[in-house]
Write a protein that binds this ligand. Structure first.
Ligand code: GSH
Length: 206
C-alpha cells in the first residue's frame, strides 16, 4: 500500500492524489502541512529534508517532488495509463511537465498566494499584475498547443495533463481577468469530465 503525506488543498499533493486515482492504486493519505503540521517534525525531515509535502513511501522507497512521484507512479503502472509508451510522446509529456515547473508555476505562485492566501491589505498587487501578464502568455502557449490536439501530449490523457490541470483550475477559479482561450477551455472541459479531477482537485481554493 502506498503511503502519501500531504494536505488535500495543496496543489502538489493534488497532482499525486489525481495520479493515484487515475491509476486505481490504493493508498493511505496522512494529513500534513500548514495547519496540520507534521512536515516540520524531525521524523518527517528524515524523509524530506525540505519539510514539504507531498512525500510517498512505497516498498521502502521514500520519494518527494510531485512530478518525480507522478512519473514514478505512471511507470509503476504496467498498463501505461498515464505514461505514453512511444518515446517521442513520452518526451513530449515530460517536456510540458518541466515547462510547468520552470516557467508557468513561478508566474502562477505569486498570483495564487497573494489573491488566495494573503489578506487584501497585505497583497503585493504590483507583483500580481506582472506575474499575471506572464501567466496569461503561458496559458496562450498552452492554448495554441491544444488547437491541434485533445490533450497536452497528443490524443490521450497522460501524466502531462495533471500539473497543467491543477494549475488551470486555479487560473479559472481565481478572481482575475482572463482572455477567452477556446482551446484551453475545451481541454479544461475534457478534464472536468474525469471523476478524480472533479472530486479531488476541483475543490475550494484555500
Ligand atoms: N517542488 C515541490 C514543492 C513542494 C511544496 O512546495 N509543497 C508545499 C505545498 S504545495 C508545502 O509543503 N508547503 C508547506 C506546508 O504545506 O506546510 C513539489 O513539487 O513537490
Amino acid at each position: 500500500m502506498i503511503k502519501l503525506w500531504g494536505r488535500k488543498n495543496s496543489i502538489n499533493v493534488q497532482k499525486v492524489i489525481w495520479a493515484l486515482e487515475e491509476l486505481g492504486m490504493p493508498y493511505d493519505r496522512i494529513d500534513a502541512g500548514m495547519a496540520f503540521g507534521v512536515n516540520n517534525t524531525p521524523e518527517f525531515k528524515i524523509m524530506n529534508p525540505n519539510g514539504l509535502v507531498p512525500v510517498i513511501e512505497h516498498e521502502g522507497l521514500i520519494l518527494w517532488e510531485s512530478h518525480a512521484i507522478v512519473r514514478y507512479l505512471a511507470t509503476l503502472d504496467s498498463q501505461g495509463i498515464l505514461m505514453p509508451q512511444a518515446l517521442p510522446t513520452r518526451a513530449d509529456a515530460d517536456r510540458w511537465m518541466e515547462w510547468y515547473s520552470t516557467t508557468l508555476w513561478p508566474n502562477l505562485r505569486p498570483v495564487f498566494w497573494n489573491l488566495v492566501r494573503t489578506a487584501p491589505e497585505a497583497r503585493d498587487m504590483a507583483l500580481v499584475n506582472t506575474s499575471l501578464q506572464h501567466l496569461t502568455n503561458n496559458f496562450k502557449i498552452v492554448d495554441q498547443l491544444l488547437a491541434s490536439r485533445d490533450f497536452l501530449a497528443g490524443s490521450r490523457f497522460s501524466m502531462a495533463d495533471i500539473p497543467m490541470g491543477v494549475a488551470a483550475f486555479r487560473w479559472f477559479e481565481m478572481p482575475i481577468d482572463r482572455p477567452d482561450l477556446a482551446h484551453l477551455n475545451a481541454w479544461y472541459q475534457r478534464l472536468s469530465e474525469r471523476p478524480a479531477f472533479k472530486q479531488h482537485c476541483q475543490i475550494p481554493l484555500t
